[in-house]
Design a protein around this ligand. Structure first.
Ligand code: PLP
Length: 476
């Protein structure tokens, strides 16, 4: 049932206290127990974000000619981004609402560019299997066919296979710095050389790495070049609302020069509402998010971000060392950034059961699949909880070893079943159905018990569980 709009307006104090109370069931990220979704540091920083957001909460960046303040803010955010990405004076771009918008825009841009310059009618994009899911979304939205590059044993894309996938329909190649599932930085220099030789644009998805890898490098870490220093790289997406520690709703898409960016623009001259133009996906653009993004860049500066990168890397290294010391576990691939994932190398230790045990100990840990693993998106905040995490991880592994039946229960059982091929084909359809259900009028609930009654099949029940699970745990 719909909850009706209140007849009378309510007292603002009461409303604010309601809003606060709604948070009761949310993940408790302030104590460092959540390993994705939120990039929290402390109350001072958080208050500052809110204030800077607040100061532009009503302003609209839709028309860069109207609010000159927001255009100035956007220009300066893009300049600062180009600076840390080692761009030349020609690098230009747009502030977007998030990584997904940045990725979508790159696909639209290169599709339209290839159509205009080379008459490509059946566009294709080449990307490693580890590309963020936003690229799969872009493919569906914009009708650009994906050509997937498989990984080699070290979790990097197989470049020989990549080369063979290039054809006259290829509109772009994608690399990530780093990719989300395992934190591996794709071999951007080698990919850039291929792209340049074949005259195909190369986008680097640095949504997660863009505001931390540059500072790790400034701190002296050996990070292979992945930004505008690599000649073949034509564009980069970098989120400020991840390791830039901005308020939600701020990312950047930059291009090597305006010749690329102009294909991102949209204009319609015959609209009864007036001639309309826009630079990215949104119409109305939230001034608050842009102000907070500009604000946080000023707040930290390079020195502040270097310190955050140092603390983050220190946490990452301690965690990796702790995991390496557990004979049952292994870090996957060679992650160099702020995130990584790990798996079990012991047949008696089901990694998803370890995940369930970590959940039971109060952590929120994401799951990987193909191969199965657990994910850690590490922030500077986590430095404080490294020892506690490792201690709980050791005890989680011991618990699973002592009771192998844990692999047949809870999330572990669901994940295990979902991995089986006969069910796999039904997963997408079921997940879509159940996701829609959550948006039923009045706000449907994913209810395990509801699925268990009447005629629902095993698949239904499994997927319900799985979606329930993912909607609580899924990372951004
Ligand atoms: C987070 C992420 C995205 C998508 O960004 P959102 O801000 O969640 O929309 C894209 N690519 C990578 C590599 C990411 O980590």
């Amino acid at each position: 049932m719909h909850k009706a709009m209140p007849e009378q307006g309510r007292d603002s104090e009461q409303i604010l206290s309601d809003l606060d109370a709604f948070k009761d069931q949310d993940p408790h990220y302030k104590d460092g127990r959540v390993w994705s979704l939120v990039y929290y540091l402390d109350e001072d920083h958080s208050d500052f974000l809110k204030q800077s957001y607040h100061s532009y909460a009503c302003e609209n960046g839709l028309n860069p000619g109207a609010f000159k303040s927001l255009k100035k803010i956007e220009t300066e955010v893009i300049s600062a981004t180009a600076d840390i990405l080692n761009g030349t004076e020609e690098v230009c771009g747009v502030v977007t609402s998030g990584g997904t918008e940045s990725c979508l825009m790159a696909v639209k841009t290169y599709r339209d560019m290839a159509r205009d310059q080379r008459g490509v009618k059946n566009p294709e994009m080449i990307m490693p299997t580890t590309a963020h899911v936003a690229w799969f979304k872009a493919s569906e939205y914009f009708g650009v066919k994906i050509r997937l590059v498989p990984l080699t044993r070290d979790f990097t894309p197989d470049l020989k296979k990549l080369k063979r996938l290039i054809n006259r329909n290829t509109v772009m190649i994608l690399g990530s710095a780093p990719e989300y599932p395992h934190g591996t930085i794709d071999p951007i220099e080698a990919m850039g050389a291929i792209a340049q030789k074949k005259k195909i644009p190369l986008h680097v998805d640095a949504c997660v790495g863009g505001f931390i890898l540059p500072f790790m490098a400034m701190n002296g870490e050996q990070i292979p070049p992945w930004d505008y220093r690599v000649p073949g790289v034509t564009s980069i997406s970098a989120d400020i609302h991840k390791y830039g520690y901005a308020a939600k709703g701020a990312s950047t898409i930059t291009y090597r020069n305006l010749d690329y960016l102009r294909y991102q623009m949209f204009a319609y001259e015959n609209w009864p509402g007036g001639v309309f133009a826009s630079s990215a996906l949104l119409g109305t653009r939230p001034g608050g998010a842009y102000a907070a993004a500009w604000g946080v860049i000023q707040y930290f500066g390079k020195t502040g971000y270097r310190k955050l990168a140092e603390d983050t890397l220190s946490a990452v290294n301690q965690l990796k060392a702790g995991i390496a010391a557990m004979p049952e576990l292994e870090v996957m691939g060679n992650p160099q950034g702020p995130l990584f994932s790990y798996r079990s190398v012991d047949a008696d230790v089901n990694i998803y059961a370890v995940g369930d045990q970590m959940d039971a100990r109060g952590w929120q840990v994401n799951r990987n699949q193909q191969p199965a693993g657990l994910h850690a998106m590490v922030t500077a905040q986590h430095l404080r909880v490294v020892d506690e995490y490792l201690e709980d991880l050791r005890s989680a592994v011991a618990a699973v070893k002592a009771d192998p039946s844990l692999a047949q229960q809870g999330g572990a059982a669901t994940y295990g079943m979902m991995a089986h091929v006969p069910l796999r084909g039904m997963v997408k359809k079921k997940v879509l159905e159940m996701y829609s259900e959550q948006y039923r009028a009045g706000g449907g609930e994913l209810d395990l018990a509801a699925g268990a009654g009447n005629d629902s099949s095993l698949v239904d029940r499994l997927v319900t569980r799985y979606v329930n699970y993912k909607s609580r745990k899924a990372g951004s």
